[in-house]
Ligand binder design. Structure first.
Ligand code: ZN
Length: 374
């Protein structure tokens, strides 16, 4: 009995190792797998046959003439499984389709405001079917749909238990998925975007990711794992108070980080267009510069407090994070002024995962779970 369990474990380990190798290499011959992993040829052949039968690996070519028969090469079938992610925002929604490599293979966007109505959920269903067509996804290969929302989501990813921004507390994955014929899971937007960041760049296992999108959120990663908190509210940096009795926040308090550091603070100074804001900032518009300096001052205060608390790298993510690289020195100068312990402020990092981080992160949960199951 014990031996059988051990044998099963070894078989599983070999299968995972071979599959992982295909994710790392463009193409591999049977012999190369034998050499790299130090496994026997029958073991490699057996696993390869299984992976081919499951549609995860396929013959992709052959090696150069080695004197005898040309050795076949095999590669990962990148779209053997796919996943869909949706970023539900106040005024628009974006859906992306990802393959097993996490590459975006299709995008659909709609400038329709969120409302907890049947019409809205029908629209999400239409976006998903449009994406399936556009990206030529095979329906039987779609793992599921992850939806990133600006709210706090229950541990089972089925219910929004705090949704003040969209006034959607109590909404469920069933509501969102009413017209979506695949399994649906809800994810907090900051958690989803940080998941995309940490998965793509696992070289920073301990870090705080601050999401500067239309709302401000955050996520703490310790040893490469998110720290969720007792009430699934960890990293809610948006509601740290940085201005006593300051501007009114939607949460009911005054002076929260969200009021001063959301991307909308900048966008609203440029006709609601964040890219226009950064374009004007680059052009030297003095009014835009003033808004930027005030924004950076509040952001610096927030970052310094996070650094004091966690003593780890702080990653600037979200919509503003996508533009922050050019302004790192300016922000670092402010950090240096406020923190005696880190005179270089070299703990500050721009996010590297920039495009559609929330939607991609929401899809990547499914991709990741699938890859870990092989
Ligand atoms: Zn607040």
């Amino acid at each position: 009995m014990e031996n059988r369990t051990i044998n099963l474990e070894i078989r599983q380990k070999n299968r995972s190792a071979i599959f992982r190798l295909f994710r790392e290499r463009e193409a591999l011959s049977r012999q190369e797998i034998v050499q790299i992993l130090g496994l026997s040829l029958p073991t490699v052949t057996h696993n390869l046959d299984e992976l081919i039968a499951e549609g995860l690996v396929t013959v992709s070519g052959s090696l150069g003439n080695t004197g005898g028969r040309r050795a076949k090469t095999y590669s990962l079938v990148r779209d053997a499984r796919t996943a869909i992610g949706i970023d539900v925002k106040k005024h628009s929604a974006t859906a992306v389709a990802l393959d097993l490599e996490g590459t975006v293979i299709g995008t659909v966007q709609r400038n329709v405001p969120y409302s907890s109505t049947d019409a809205y959920y029908r629209l999400l269903g239409e976006m998903v079917s449009e994406l399936v067509q556009k990206a030529k996804l095979r329906k039987d290969r779609i793992l599921g749909v992850g939806i990133g929302v600006p709210g706090l989501v229950s541990r089972d990813n089925q219910t929004v238990f705090y949704g003040e921004i969209l006034n959607f507390t109590g909404m469920t994955a069933e509501d969102f998925g009413r017209y979506i014929p695949y399994p649906v899971a809800l994810h907090n937007d900051a958690n989803a975007s940080s998941f995309a960041e940490f998965r793509a760049y696992p070289d920073t296992p301990d870090a705080f990711y601050i999401m500067l999108s239309n709302n401000v959120g955050g996520s703490v990663y310790i040893d490469g794992q998110p720290y969720i908190g007792t009430n699934i509210r960890s990293g809610e940096v948006g509601h740290m108070i940085i201005v006593p009795d300051g501007k009114q926040c939607y949460c009911g308090q005054k002076g929260c980080v969200d009021v001063y550091c959301a991307a909308t603070v900048l966008a609203s100074a440029a006709k609601g267009d964040l890219s226009l804001f950064f374009w004007r900032l680059k052009e030297g518009d003095p009014d835009i510069r003033r808004v930027w300096e005030e924004y950076l001052g509040h952001l610096a205060l927030t970052v310094v407090n996070l650094r004091m608390l966690f003593d780890c790298p702080i990653i600037i993510g979200g919509y503003v994070g996508a533009y922050i690289e050019e302004y790192m020195d300016e922000l670092k100068a402010l950090l240096k002024d406020r923190n005696t312990f880190d005179p270089e402020a070299d703990y500050l990092r721009p996010c590297r995962f920039k495009g559609n981080a929330i939607a991609c992160g929401a899809a990547l949960y499914n991709i990741s779970a699938f890859l870990n199951s092989i």
